[in-house]
Design a protein around this ligand. Structure first.
Ligand code: ATP
Ligand code: MG
Length: 247
């Protein structure tokens, strides 16, 4: 990554679905910057455009207009093929439903993006992720033999294995019970600090958002405010509800 570039830079990003009378503007001329090494969250109600925004940043979806840069590289101008390779090398993805390959062990899932890229895993880095995430005794297990919390920790290890510019996480705690969710949030915070990898997560859950140091409020496809969390779920909840009440 270019050292002076933010992890993510979005300029005048716009996305609509449908056409004519059925057209819905889901992301409306958004500007957004995620500094290098930052851990920030986007919060918004269901349907506010959180997943669409994240998928645009990950180049899983093409914008109607606007520019998206990840580590200084203009992903919005890439072909599908270029975006696929870029994503594998420079972006880590974590989804609500884990998205592990059911026929591969935890160890194989963690190294899959590297193998697809014919890259040699950085053994010390992967071992340290496995240790931090408490997966040492689970490496030969299939996803079906893991708890939800363990599956998501495998997904986090996979996301970080290639030392990406940014990890993008869509409701990463959405399918976890509260203790597993809390533990995942703590791990994300500590991995953000230890690896320096930037993290952007989207969620409507104040406890999850409090893992981030800053929250951006998304309403109807536009950012309507931002605040520092102090890592305090009560404060995040209060600010989020106040913003929703001001609708
Ligand atoms: N492929 C699509 N075609 C048409 N409309 C879509 C498509 N994807 C999303 N939308 C619409 O865009 C809006 C935003 O959806 P999005 O999934 O980004 O919301 P979200 O904030 O992630 O919601 P949730 O919290 O429920 O996951 C919704 O009204 C949704 O119906
Ligand atoms: Mg969503």
């Amino acid at each position: 990554m270019n050292d002076s570039s933010p992890a993510v830079q979005v300029d005048k990003l716009h996305k609509s679905f449908g056409a004519g009378d059925a057209r819905v503007d889901v992301i409306r001329d958004l500007d957004f910057t995620l500094p290098r090494g930052a851990f920030e969250a986007v919060m918004g109600a269901s349907g506010s455009g959180k997943s669409t925004f994240l998928h645009l940043v990950a180049a899983l979806l093409a914008p109607d207009r606007g520019e998206i840069r990840v580590g200084g590289e203009l992903v919005s101008a890439m072909s599908d093929r270029e975006a696929t390779v870029f994503r594998r090398r420079r972006i880590g993805l974590v989804f609500q439903d884990f998205n592990l390959v059911p026929t591969l062990t935890a160890a194989e899932n963690i190294e899959l993006p590297l193998l697809l890229d014919r890259a040699r895993p950085d053994r010390a880095h992967v071992d340290s992720l496995v240790e931090t995430l408490g997966l040492g005794g689970r490496l030969s297990h299939l996803p079906s033999q893991l708890s939800g919390g363990e599956r998501q920790r495998v997904a986090v290890a996979r996301a970080l294995a290639g030392n990406p510019d940014v990890v993008l996480a869509d409701e990463p705690t959405g399918n976890l019970d509260s203790p597993a969710a809390r533990s995942l949030c703590e791990l994300l915070r500590s991995l953000n600090a230890s690896t320096g990898c930037a993290i952007l997560l989207v969620t409507h859950d104040p406890v999850t958002a409090a893992a981030a140091s800053r929250v951006h409020l998304l309403r109807d496809g536009a950012f309507v405010g931002a605040f520092d969390t102090g890592h305090d779920p009560a404060l995040v909840s209060e600010r989020y509800l106040a913003a929703a009440g001001g609708k």
